[in-house]
Design a binder for this molecule. Sequence first.
Ligand code: SAH
Ligand code: DHB
Ligand code: MG
Length: 226
Amino acid sequence: MIDGLERNRQVKEYICALFCAEDNDLEFARENSKKEGLKEIQVPANVGKMLYLLTKMQNPKKVLEIGTLGGYSTLWIAKALSKEAKIITLEIGEKQADQAKKHFENTSFSEQIEVRVGNALTTLPEMLYKNEGPFDLIFIDADKENYPTYLDHALALSRPGTLILSDNLIPKRGPIAVPDATDIEAIAIYEFNEKMQKHPRLDSTLLTTIVGDKGRIDGLGIALVK
Ligand code: SAH
Ligand code: DHB
Ligand code: MG
């Protein structure tokens, strides 16, 4: 009998092969990111396709992404946008931001994407101060330690009906819901999940996803602002 993880891996392969074909823009972004030495921590194609469909359903005019990397998830979202929609994506690393811009450059929606370089802990309050909200869709996918803070900023930049999506809501290791005292990322993620659940302005759940090449279960947070 095959074990659970191997079966999960096969399910992920099956879903990706059947539903999640990449176009040339996505393939170039993923392959060139790897070639340029960026960490291979972009969303898997099965999660990318989910972001694409959720974006289509939301039909946002203004999208905010926290954590660009090479722009792979940005492209999945951008593919689902109407022509008048815009996406601002926040990235702390110059190298990541430069690569992402290169991956957007020759796409048909390059004019719709703005990469903003800086620490999101600074750029988010600036956006609030400059009244750049509200956004219709927000995707949180940066440093896990700051997820609880990003949720506050996301809410401040939201309106009733905003969809807040968040990647990686099941930590990679350790006991579920009761993180080790030394695992600051897991502590922040479980705190984030409880905060998302308890928040009076949110209706939320975790959609389980299969990630990585071993078939690990992760969670995509789906929260609708009331
Ligand atoms: N959304 C991307 C993956 C993002 S990985 C995709 O799926 O394709 C997380 C990214 O967040 C990294 O590129 C990292 O440099 C960036 N990051 C980490 N801390 C940050 C911060 N404080 N502000 C902005 N970006 C940050
Ligand atoms: C990792 C994966 C992610 O999706 C992310 O946003 C950050 C880190 C990881 O596998 O380390
Ligand atoms: Mg992620």
